[in-house]
Design a protein. Structure first.
Lengths: 265, 269
């Protein structure tokens, strides 16, 4: 109990410092806002071309596919704003050997590292994603039921947990393979595939994106929940999947930390 | 003139060092290969579109397979990340080391980047063979002249992408957020080069824009040459535009770099 209180206070302190740090770079807000709108347009372009040729794709109509892109953009905002900055910092720490200073602190290293940095300006992406969601439902001429909204929010939680766990797994690799400047790109490029409904992919891709890197849990299932077409069983499985990945990431992180041999030794 | 001669004489050694470095960081290479899987995802997507609704603007499922596998290979051969290296070295001051050497830093960067190509070629060879097998022989050009043009176009595409990345990298001498510029560039590149969508499926005005801008020459043009979607005349026209851009961008990169380096003072040095 005392431990929980201590960690809650620590979280507060970490977030406050991270927030204050990013407030020093207020000009970033404008570049981030412009880039966010720009990337939204870039991401929508292939969708527009595809639906210029077809009415539906793998059973998804245009507004329904927009719901998936909306979720994708919201998640991307969360990933870039809260997850990416911390984890890029870890890779840098490993490369330079400054991870020592974090490991020496009397608190859980994974916790300290995961809450050390924030880019709150990326919240513009989240707003953009919500805008796309609203647009999609306006075009569908209906609004999601309260229950659908609630389950979509729960699945969003699962998606964020899953994203974070995947990132921790990727970062753990950095302990073995030190020159990993492009880790963020690797992650981003795999995550990019999540902007399409999972039904679009067949064969090996469907298998890969459902079971190995569960992209379906990230965007397709929350979108289906919002549209009210997700079976309860699938939703529960998605939640379990996120928890399982989190536990797995935690174990791998423990192993990886054991492998760390600073930079100078 | 003397400087060019000096750079050329150092080139073999620089390349040897670069290849050794690429071999030393093998694991990073495999990861780099995985970051460029977007064409394979687009391949899955467009195949599904063609499977459900028939050919799209003249593209059948097999055409899409050939197109995106070819664009995967071309991207492997022309991808270049020098903007990130330059940005970091300028920011951290380590570029001073390069400025001290008797070779122009841009030539050294170019050698570094060219040296990784053999490794990438080896890694993407299995995919090239798979492409040949899946797409069938009809989807690779039989015209030997066109294959020659393809090689020249790919060389130009590499030079163009290196020059533009160097321009963006040199901007770090002048402004803070170069990486945002790189981001902007890549966004435009994804759309206008044919990376997401074959340019031919765009409306006419957008195709015309893509033709005149440097993007299409960097990916769409060599890909279409390889899979036999370009006539000799149209390929030559595209290459003329490509090499005009190469000259412009290379000159721009050298001028920007030299002016920047002159006023540069590394922090703490």
């Amino acid at each position: 109990m005392a431990r929980d209180v201590r960690y809650a206070r620590l979280l507060g302190a970490q977030l406050r410092i991270a927030g204050l740090t990013s407030l020093q770079y207020r000009a970033d807000f404008y570049t981030d806002a412009v880039m966010s709108v720009f990337w939204l347009a870039v991401n929508l372009a292939p969708l527009l071309v595809v639906y210029g040729h077809e009415k539906t794709l793998a059973g998804w109509s245009f507004p329904e596919a927009l719901v998936v892109i909306g979720w994708f953009t919201v998640l991307k905002g969360i990933l870039d704003g809260a997850v990416n900055p911390c984890l890029t910092a870890i890779v840098e720490h490993i490369r330079k050997g400054t991870l020592d200073f974090i490991l020496l602190k009397p608190a859980d290293a994974q916790f300290l590292i995961s809450t050390a940095k924030l880019s709150p300006w990326r919240a513009v992406d989240v707003l953009g994603g919500l805008g796309v969601l609203v647009l999609a439902f306006v075009r569908l001429h209906r609004w999601p039921a309260p229950a659908a909204l609630l389950s979509a929010l729960l699945l969003l939680g699962a998606a964020v947990l899953l994203l974070y766990s995947l990132w921790i797994l990727a970062v753990s690799v950095a302990f073995w393979v030190v020159k990993l400047d492009n880790l963020a790109f690797l992650f981003g490029s795999i995550f990019d595939a999540a902007r399409w409904p999972i039904g679009v992919f067949r064969g090996i891709w469907r298998f890969l994106f459902t079971f190995v890197i569960p992209l379906a849990v990230l965007t397709t299932y929350p979108a289906m929940a919002l549209l009210g077409t997700l079976a309860l069983r699938t939703g529960l499985l998605a939640g379990l999947c996120a928890l399982a990945f989190f536990a797995f990431a935690r174990v791998v992180w423990g192993q990886a930390i054991g492998h760390y041999t600073s930079a100078s030794s | 003139m003397n400087a060019i001669f000096r750079a050329l004489r150092a080139l073999p050694t620089l390349l040897k060092v670069g290849v050794a470095e690429a071999v030393a960081y093998r694991a990073e290479f495999v990861i780099w290969l995985l970051t460029t899987t977007m064409p394979l995802v687009m391949l899955a997507l467009w195949s599904e579109v063609a499977r459900e609704g028939g050919p799209v603007g003249g593209f059948t499922g097999a055409d899409f397979t050939a197109y995106f596998l070819a664009s995967f290979i071309v991207r492997q051969l022309t991808g270049c990340w020098v903007a990130w290296d330059m940005n970091r070295e300028i920011r951290e001051g380590t570029i001073s080391m390069r400025l001290l050497r008797p070779i122009h830093p841009l030539a050294a960067y170019a050698a570094d980047n060219a040296a990784v190509l053999p490794m990438r070629l080896v890694l993407s060879l299995p995919i090239a063979l798979a492409a040949l097998y899946f797409a069938g022989r009809d989807h690779v050009t039989h015209d030997p002249a066109m294959l020659g043009l393809f090689c020249v176009t790919v060389a130009g595409a590499w030079l163009l992408s290196f020059s533009i990345m160097s321009i963006i990298g040199s901007l770090a001498f002048y402004i803070d957020s170069t990486l945002a510029v790189a981001d902007l560039w890549f966004g435009l590149f994804f759309i206008l080069s044919g990376y997401f969508v074959p340019i031919r499926l765009f409306p006419g005005w957008l195709q015309a824009a893509a033709d005149a801008l440097p993007f299409r020459a960097m990916l769409g043009l060599p890909v279409e040459e390889l899979i036999g979607m370009q006539t000799r005349a149209s390929a030559l026209r595209g290459m003329a535009i490509e090499w005009a851009w190469v000259l412009t961008c290379w000159t721009g990169a050298v001028v920007l770099f030299n002016r920047g380096a002159r006023k540069y003072s590394a922090y703490g040095a």
